[in-house]
Design a protein around this ligand. Sequence first.
Ligand SMILES: C[S@@+](CC[C@H](N)C(=O)[O-])C[C@H]1O[C@@H](n2cnc3c(N)ncnc32)[C@H](O)[C@@H]1O
Length: 186
Amino acid sequence: MKYQAEIDTIRATHPDGYNVSCEPQVGEMLYALVRLCQPVVAVEIGCFLGFSTYHILSALAANGTGKLYAIEGRDFQQTFRDKPECVFMLGDSHQLVPTLPPVDFAFVDGDHSYVGLSMDIAALMPKLRIGSVVVFHDTESYDGTLKAVAELPKVFEKVTLPTPIVPERALWEGKPSGITIVRKVA
Ligand SMILES: C[S@@+](CC[C@H](N)C(=O)[O-])C[C@H]1O[C@@H](n2cnc3c(N)ncnc32)[C@H](O)[C@@H]1O
């Protein structure tokens, strides 16, 4: 994986911060999905230090095509910003998503409130093509994300999967995050 060293550094040097990064298995799944879907335009909402971001960027590098529009509201001087596969966007996703080109793949891990995630979904909807894939994180650990994803329109195929409990996310007292993967079919 092109950015394995950066991924390892985030895990090794930010043990507290790592608590809000996704699980290593979710990172591997993002890598595999981006390799499968071969997006031209990928989007991440909520990058934090870049753990998930680096998995997506690594997959785009392996694909040899595609850009990740990486949206994050907080300035952590993230190391992924200047990578060739990345277009970094510092600011509020609710304002930035409407400025994006059509989107083939998205990982949504930003605002976990019901209102905030519903706004992200509403902004993403007109950007998605038939066949576009969106992955939502924390759809079993937050009531707001659970509700917003449950209300997704019927134009999506949808599956929610469990995620393993990993020591780094002990913050959630053993509650699995869960992911929901959707594909626009109509
Ligand atoms: C759970 S963390 C993301 C973890 C990251 N995906 C990973 O796996 O390493 C959520 C991030 O979303 C960002 N965020 C929350 N609401 C946002 C918004 N409306 N616009 C942009 N970023 C937002 C937060 O600043 C935080 O860094």
